[in-house]
Structure formats: C-alpha cells, structure tokens
Design a protein around this ligand. Sequence first.
Ligand code: PYC
Length: 318
Amino acid sequence: MSQAPLHVIDSHTEGEPTRVVISGGPDLGSGTMAKKAQRFRENHDELRSAVCDEPRGHEAMVGALLCEPNEPDCVCGVIFFNNLSTLNMCIHGTIGLAVTLAHLGKIGVGAHRIDTPVGVVVATLRDDGSVEVANVPSYRKAAAVSVEVPRWGVVQGDIAWGGNWFFLIENQGPKVDFTNLDALTNFTSLVRQELGKQGITGDNGMEIDHIEIFCPPRDPTLADSRNFVLCPGKAYDRSPCGTGTSAKLACLHADGKLKPGEIWRQAGILDTVFQGSVDELPDGKITPRISGRAWVNGESTYLFNSGDPFRHGIPSPI
Ligand code: PYC
C-alpha cells in the first residue's frame, strides 16, 4: 500500500451526492480554510481524484474533507471538491455533512457553526432530520447582463454570488426537463465558455463557474420555480443547488420580490425542493437560509494498492 486507507461516509441531499472524508486525509496545517483549500489544491490533487473520479466516484460526486476549523466555536472546517477542483462553498454538501456528523454522534439537534473557505456557515439540524444552512452573505452583482452565444444569439442573465458565482437565466435555452439533460448541459456549457471569452466575471475577476436556468414549477402547490444547474465541469446538480438558490434569493430580494420571512421553494431537475428565505444585512446583502433533507447511504474504506494504476482515480476528461 502506498497510502493509508481513507474512511468516507456517503449521503445524498435531495438526490445530489456528498462523500465526506472522515479520516485518513492530509494534515493541511494551520491558517484560514481558504489557505488550507489552496494547500489541498496544490499538494493533494490525487486525493481529490481518488474520492470523486472513477472508479470510486463519478462526475456528480462532491467530496468534503473534514478539517480542523480556524474560526472559533466551529464544530469543524470543511473543504468541498468535485471531479475538477475545489468548490468555494456547497450547501447540499453542508446538509450532507450535518447528517453525517449526526450519524457519527458528533452533533445533535441544534445550530452548529462550520468553517469554510468563503466564511462561516451555520447548519441547524432539526428534530425532523432536515437541515437549515445560514449561508455566507450573498448578493446580486449585475442584472440582465447580455452574452452572445453561438447558435442561440443574445442570452440575458443576472450575475450573483451565493457562495459560488452564478449566471442566472430565466425562460431561455432548452426546456428544463429531465429528458433534456444533454441539450441543457451543452447550452449551459456554451454560456459559461462565452462568459469567460467575453471577460464577464464575478468580483475580483472570479470565474462564473455555475450556470442556472429557471422555468415555472411543474406543480405550483409544491414549488415556486424549477431549475437546472451546471456545476464546474460537466455535471449538473441533482438537487436544487443551495448556493444557486442563495444566488436566486439575492436576485429576488434585489428586485423587491422576496422580503424577510417569506419562503421561496426552489425545485431542482428531479423536482426535489429546497426552501429558502432571507435575512437582510446592513450593507444591502442578504443571509440566505436554505433547508433540505439528506440521507446517509454508505460507509467505505478506500485502499491504495501500489500496483493499482487507478488507485488515485481516472482523471475526468474535461
Ligand atoms: O448545493 O451549493 C450547492 C452545490 C454546489 C455544487 C453542487 N451543489
């Protein structure tokens, strides 16, 4: 064996998988979670690939490395990652992490601070097993931004931060339907590519790496809207995407369409739903509150046999 075994716990949040590395991961030293995420990217990419890529993973897998927190009073720190690189933040992953920590007996019902590379979030485990995450401050950077997309013409969207950068498109592009995944993936990949080519970014030049399309809900008694979300790489979010819902809440709030205390029900491509609401912050940003359900569905020990050419995964062809 060339590396110590890794212990992981799998869960899914409204359909989207999370794989928490609970032991065997690297020591990332001290400092902020952003620093630790940088060290993870620079020195431990093989672990990321071993967890998320085939043969152990697949393109939708999101990994979560448990770390010592840097901020006081946090139950843990976490670095999220996928088949491409690290993610800034991940709400479905935080919900999955909370039920995993509860499964391990490390947390109970109540509020728990979790340190992430983009700030502290608060996960509240409720009596009924659902989890609410109070996300990092979120905001809309720009409304109705036009981008020229080959074969589609001008596509308009809002640019918003919800812990990741999003381009949010309403009622344009292919029909948002589970039978239409290839067309949705191709369209949103093209939009992302054109945003990059045309120099349209988030703040500080950060790449807009998530693209979200909205349409009316299938059943208005169950949801207010339905989405398709392209994540970094080629995977789509099986859940309604918590950071994407946060970005949506920021846009609704900026348009005067969502007030504190009101509930927004965001359905995803599988018609599972996250509930969202906003708290207003003095600087005009919002704290999104996103809640959903997750289920632990596996526990594994990964072995690294030095004779196995794919012990560190098969890198995704992106
Ligand atoms: O729920 O925030 C989220 C998320 C980001 C990427 C995949 N899921």
